[in-house]
Design a protein around this ligand. Structure first.
Ligand code: COS
Length: 385
């Protein structure tokens, strides 16, 4: 759903210009230094990028899902590390509070997140619990008006920068499964919370992950999201439904960027006396990429519109994430191929993008988890459940 086409066009044009004029020229610097220059972060704040999906009542832009994916198409056109900087504030770090938080929690945290004064992280994954999220073992035991958290969270995006962590922990450690999991807001600096060393990743330099460790970390009971125990897993799943659609849109943007670069290269690079874009085997790679990209874009928009219309898009979000992230991987591979030797060296952005986009098939649910969600829903539906 687009609320005001003119306003949305102005926003996407503004973001596209920022991407073109400020972010793309700084991609190499970010990759080399593994850091986003502070002046760019300030510009992101001024543009409202930290609050795109936070309700207007709390200082954000309150984008609808369709508006959000259209913005994500633009943001995907540059290094994913830039989007990651404010991605958790709009997505997995804040949505648990937006969807299920108490009015006090919303009023306390969301304005700071929308302004970019504070970064939010989502802490679900653990050393022993990745795809099987419901098997997590971090515990949160009630002690008076606090919960005492113990456990380790792994690969937590923006953890080194975060001011708050939305943490899924087991409030009934003796009970297995999803029903005993609760969600908490844990503030940076809480005694007993510490961070591991920053992970050395394959790509997405400038976006940081690390372990978040809880050692008898005392969290005020008022920080239990929604004030209700045992619904934290559902909160996490709802957050991921939305997040998966967002990532699918970012994949569309990234594939578009890679294809633009490859097309330009193919039209400039001459072999056998003519631009390689004139060769049909190169054209096949361009055309297959364009076709798949178009399909992914249509899927993302359709799922977003359905979500805005109030439909349950659990299946469609997984379909979009599965197809768009796999498509993005195939496009990356073809675009390296079109660049030939030049695609394997870092003079061209495609070498970096090839590594950066690999993560899309893994985080916010692997392709295999998306397949599992889709098929399980199909079987349930057919069985009339
Ligand atoms: N929205 C709302 N509720 C949901 C839901 C959703 N999308 N998905 C599941 N639930 C609910 C279920 O309805 C169920 O509730 P009841 O017990 O009341 O029926 C509960 O949550 C448990 O769900 P389920 O039985 O489906 O859990 P499973 O352990 O079988 O696991 C998968 C479900 C595999 C889908 C889940 O663990 C998953 O998404 N894993 C991947 C995790 C991930 O994406 N990690 C990335 C890290 S974050 S970057």
């Amino acid at each position: 759903m687009i609320r005001d086409a003119e306003l949305l066009n102005a926003l996407t044009d503004n973001i596209a210009r920022f991407v073109r004029e400020r972010l793309i020229p700084n991609e190499n610097l970010v990759a080399e230094t593994d850091a986003i220059p502070p002046e760019l972060v300030s510009e992101m704040k001024a543009l409202g990028l930290f609050g795109l999906c936070i309700p207007e009542a709390y200082g954000g832009l309150g984008l609808t899902m369709e508006e959000e994916v259209r913005v994500a198409f633009e943001l995907g056109m540059t290094s994913p590390a830039f989007r990651s900087m404010f991605g958790t504030n709009n997505g997995i770090g804040s949505q648990g509070i937006i969807m299920d938080g108490t009015p006090e929690q919303k009023a306390h945290y969301l304005p700071k997140l929308a302004a970019g004064e504070m970064v939010a992280s989502f802490a679900l994954t653990e050393p022993g619990s990745g795809s099987d999220a419901a098997s997590l073992v971090t515990s949160a035991v009630r002690d008076g008006d606090h919960y005492v958290l113990n456990g380790t969270k792994r690969y937590i995006t923006n953890a080194p920068e975060a001011g708050i962590y939305t943490v899924m922990a087991r409030t009934d450690p003796a009970k297995k499964g999803a029903g005993a999991i609760s969600a908490f807001i844990v503030e940076r600096g809480t005694p007993g919370l510490s961070l591991g060393k920053v992970d050395k990743k394959m790509g997405q330099k400038g976006a940081h992950t690390c372990d978040v460790i809880f050692d008898n970390c005392r969290v005020p009971a008022k920080n239990l999201i929604g004030g209700v125990e045992g619904v934290g897993f559902k909160t996490a799943m709802k957050v991921l439904d939305k997040g998966r659609l967002h990532i699918a849109a970012v994949c569309v943007g990234a594939a578009q960027r890679m294809l633009n670069d490859a097309l330009r290269y193919a039209m400039e690079r001459k072999q056998f006396g003519q631009p390689i874009a004139e060769f049909q085997l190169v054209q096949a790679m361009l055309a297959d990429s364009k076709t798949e990209l178009y399909a992914a874009r249509c899927m993302v928009l359709d799922a977003a519109q359905r979500r805005d219309a109030g439909e349950n898009v659990n299946t469609e979000a997984s379909c979009a994430k599965l197809f768009a992230s796999e498509m993005c991987g195939r496009v990356a591979d073809r675009c390296v191929q079109i660049h030939g030797g030049a695609g394997y060296v870092s003079d061209y952005a495609i070498e970096r993008f090839y590594r950066d986009v690999r993560l899309f098939r893994i985080y916010e649910g692997t392709s295999q988890i998306q397949q599992l969600v889709i098929a399980r829903n199909m079987i349930r539906e057919a069985a009339g459940q």
